[in-house]
Design a binder for this molecule. Sequence first.
Ligand code: CA
Length: 176
Amino acid sequence: MSSLSKGLRRVQVTLRWDPSPVGATATDLDIVAAAYLADAPHGKPAYLVHFGSRSPDGTITLNRDSRTGQGFGADEVMTLELDRLSEGYARVVVGVVIQQRAGEQTFSDIKNTGVRILEGPVELANDDLSAVPDATAATVAEFTRDTAGSWQLRTGIRGFAADPAEFAELMGSAPS
Ligand SMILES: [Ca+2]
């Protein structure tokens, strides 16, 4: 075991997208995090964090929420204080979901998406959602606690055809 690998401590996930054209209904994407307990890492989430739901212990926070994608830089920002999560939690999955009040939209309808994962000034991942054009939601990051207790990141985009409520139930499932 390398003593240099201390694991992740405080991570930010940022999301950006271009607003829909003038006259079209606004496009609303949301960052969602789901925390899982060690005894059910792929089961039902212990809790969810999104624009309408906070983490019970304040360790995962949505700092910025956008309903349109307008403005410069990151439209949504979530902070995960992994080193403060209680030992009962073994896994946190972060995803992006399209709110469907404007009708059925997929990522192919949304221009210039961008997802970045940062720890302080260090960029851990930088991707977009173009790999899953037919999806309405996607997981973008998986944080797991290893046997030494350190948090590790697994990146990769996995698309889902699910509404926000269905996605919340499915986002932690093991890949089929
Ligand atoms: Ca939003």
